[in-house]
Design a protein around this ligand. Structure first.
Ligand code: ZN
Length: 104
């Protein structure tokens, strides 16, 4: 899944930045600030879950120009590289079938 890999890549960059700025201080007082592996994994699990929800098609608060019901973002994680950038939208109302684009 490309999305997850991109997300992990971002994390890796952040981690590298922290490592570069890190002080060579190994004082014990810092150990109490460390999170456990379980805590870290729980955070990441929650973050992935939120990401998965956001990446699914969902209503976007825009009225359908054809029937007035709420439009949905068809592929929330995909932005068309037009100028200005756009996203696919579609109407889920029965019998409408509108498909189009909104500015991203
Ligand atoms: Zn519609």
């Amino acid at each position: 899944m490309t999305y997850c890999m991109a997300s992990l890549g971002l994390r890796g960059t952040e981690g590298a930045g922290r490592a570069l700025r890190g002080r060579p201080d190994t004082g014990e007082h810092e150990m109490s600030n460390l999170k456990t592996l379980d805590e870290h994994n729980a955070e990441r699990r929650e973050s992935h879950r939120a990401w998965n929800i956001a990446s699914q098609p969902h209503a976007n608060g825009i009225a359908c120009p054809k029937c007035g019901r709420e439009l949905w973002d068809t592929n929330p994680m995909v932005t068309l590289t037009s100028m200005p950038a756009q996203k696919d939208v579609h109407c889920v109302a029965a019998g409408c079938g509108y498909r189009g684009y909104r500015l991203a």
